[in-house]
Structures are given as C-alpha cells and as structure tokens.
Design a protein around this ligand. Structure first.
Ligand code: PLP
Ligand code: COI
Length: 365
C-alpha cells in the first residue's frame, strides 16, 4: 500500500472569507445543510499516481466534464460526522475512525479505491482547523462534516473509474428536523424497498438515497415526517428509515434494533447507543422485528418507546407509525424515558460534559 504518511497538504486561504458579523448571523440559526464554511479539503486519486495533491482550499464550484463517470453511473460514496464545541472552547470529532472504516467499506462495495484512514482523518482535521470559527455553540449545534468521493474520470465505458476526487465540506448545523421535532411520525412504505440482499444497502452511496426519495416524498404527501422501509424479501421486517436506524424499547426495560445483515446501514450512532445501553446494564437484542409485531406490541403496551438515530438526527423519538391500513401511537406519542436518557448520555459524551470511557472523542484543538 502507498505510504501516505509523507503526504504534504497545500493550504490556500480564502481571499474573501465570510465577514465575522455575517458569519455570526448565519450561525445563529443554521438549520441543516444550508450554509457552508469558507474552505474545503480535497485529495485526488489516479490509478497511476495513487493518492496525491492533498489540499485545503477555498470552497468553490467544481468544473467537471459532462462525460464525468459519476454523472452517468453514480460511483459515489459519502460520510456524515460532526465536530462539537467543548466546554473549554476547544473542539472534538466524534468517532471519526469509525467513519473512516465505513467509508473504506463503502468504497470497496462501489469498486472504488479505499482512502487510508489516516488521510480520511487528517483531511477532516485540517479543514476543521481552517474553519474553526464556523463551529456553532449551544445545545444541538455542531459543525456537520460531509466527506465524499466520486468517479471523476471522463469516460463513458462501464467499469470502475481510474480517477477519483475525495472532498470534505463543512456545514454548521442545528436540528435536522424543523423546530427540533419532539417526536416524528413514520410512513410505512409497502411498495418501495430501500435495499435487497446482495445490494448496496450497507454502503453509504448516493444511489441508496436517490432510490429512497420517492418513498420519502410519499411519506410527506401522507402527512408523515419520514419513511420506514421494510425488508425487500418478505416485506414484513422493519429495516431502517431513509437516513436513520431504528430502536424499540420494551416494558421490561430491554431494547431491540434490526440486525446488520447487508441491507441496512451500520450506523455509528446505533453502535454507540448499543454500547452505552449495555454499559448501563440494559439488555440489547439485535433481532428482526416485524411490522405486525410492532403494531401488536404498541397496542398491548409491551412496546413503550421507539426512536430513530443517526448523526444528523441524533436520537429522535418516534411518536406514531402509519401505513396503508394502520395508524398507531407509541406510548403517549412523546419522548420516552429511556430514549431521553440514551440521548442525554450520548450527547454529553459528544460535547465533552461527561466521561468518555470508550475513547470516542477526538480533540481537534
Ligand atoms: N441509516 C441511514 C440510511 C443513514 O443515512 C444514516 C446516517 O448516516 C444512518 C442510518 C445512521 O448512521 P450514523 O449513525 O453513522 O450517522
Ligand atoms: C447523517 O446522519 O449523517 C446522514 O447521512 C443522514 C442524512 C442527512 C443523509
């Protein structure tokens, strides 16, 4: 493997960065995915040269040829992680190593060159340091980082490309759901599925999200916030939402989440919550759960809470689930106790206000 420890980063500072007062106004109410920092980090790959030309430079539109491979065959993957302000004014990333691993796995599934973890991490760190003044302060606020990689070769043949661009952009973020959403309502898609066995469900590739949009649009049309997908084989078992994993909380205090099996995204929030719950002595099952069972358990009171989780959504209670011929509430329709406790534990570690027994917090400065 190429020795990447010797790669030097070029740094080109933005000649006209956003003025401090304008930045403060943007950071006061950032929303999600709407505003961006001054710089971006970039590295190129070619079959001949390997990884090369690493730089942090002013964020600017890309120029790509209309025959650029990604525009035709969608060889593209991405990640999502956050930098948080710490109480002492410093900042930290949360579990960037886990994102690096998943990015390499996504790359392999999409026949792309895996970016070495050290480069993944160092390019992110270099960007956040350059744009450190863009990390918002306050509860629920963070700097959302979006590393992505795409086939940049100008070529229309159908084969893995010979050239790639890896880029990291950063976007100050508040709550993912408008108004912070105390709980969300799900629409059960019985027509569209997200991923089939042998497909790309476990990879974080743009194509999965493109395929989910029509189902998400159906959810919105039905007055719901998010779509929940069922398995593609039996159309019975709960898999995940369009951009979040899902958990169920039972009356005996145990929790359950669908198992990883190639068709759902191995969420880092999911894995962190399983670890925190087990640390607290909560019994956690990674087992399939059918929509009929969910409905029956909600009706009988056996199921007390349900929540969705992910980097963007953090931990969001599920208040109601609807489908073509059912509509049921969960608990009292609001946030449940264990859901709140897990959310609080996770976010306290991320923000540096609680101990970090698993070494998840990676200080930047
Ligand atoms: N499932 C999907 C489809 C997602 O897009 C995400 C978000 O990244 C997740 C689950 C949660 O993953 P993570 O917790 O790593 O953000
Ligand atoms: C994330 O939580 O980072 C996601 O990628 C979900 C969504 C914004 C695509």
């Amino acid at each position: 493997m190429q020795d990447t420890s010797i790669l030097d980063f070029e740094f080109e500072a933005h000649a006209n960065p956003v003025a401090e007062t304008d930045r403060a106004a943007l950071l006061a109410n950032p929303g999600f995915g709407k505003i961006f920092t001054d710089h971006m980090a970039v590295i190129r790959y070619s079959v001949d040269k390997g990884w090369h030309d690493a730089r942090v430079q002013p964020r600017a539109p890309l120029q790509i040829d209309p025959a650029c491979a990604v525009l035709h065959y969608a060889q593209e993957i991405f990640e999502g992680l956050k930098a948080y302000r710490l109480p002492d004014g410093g900042a930290a990333l949360f579990r960037a190593d886990a994102n690096a691993r998943r990015f390499a796995e996504s790359a392999e599934r999409l026949a792309m060159p895996p970016l070495p973890a050290a480069l993944f991490r160092e390019l992110i760190r270099a960007l956040v340091r350059a744009d450190r003044d863009w990390i918002p302060e306050g509860d629920g606020a963070s700097l959302y980082l979006r590393p992505f990689m795409f086939a940049s070769e100008t070529f229309l043949g159908v084969r893995p490309a010979h050239e790639y661009l890896y880029i990291v952009i950063a976007s100050p973020a508040g709550a993912y759901f408008k108004g912070g959403a105390p709980s969300v309502t799900l629409w059960t898609s019985d027509h569209y599925t997200r991923a089939a066995p042998g497909g790309t469900g476990a990879a974080k590739c743009g194509g999965n999200y493109a395929a989910s949009l029509v189902a998400q649009a159906e959810a919105i049309e039905k007055g719901c916030d998010q779509v929940v997908f069922l398995d593609a084989v039996e159309n019975r078992f709960v898999e995940e939402l369009g951009g979040m994993n899902v958990f169920f909380v039972f009356e005996d205090g145990s929790i359950q989440t669908p198992p990883l099996g190639g068709t759902i995204l191995p969420g880092i929030t999911r894995e962190s919550l399983i670890t925190l719950a087990r640390d607290a002595g909560v019994s956690v099952r990674e087992e399939r759960y059918s929509m009929e069972q969910w409905q029956a358990d909600a009706a009988s009171g056996k199921l007390r809470e349900a929540f969705a989780c992910g980097t963007a959504a953090v931990v969001t209670p599920i208040g109601r689930v609807r489908g073509r011929d059912f509509d049921f509430a969960i608990g009292n329709g609001g946030p449940g106790m264990l859901t709140e406790k897990l959310r609080e534990q996770l976010t306290s570690i991320q923000r540096g206000t609680a101990a970090d027994p698993h070494g998840w917090v990676d200080r930047l400065f």
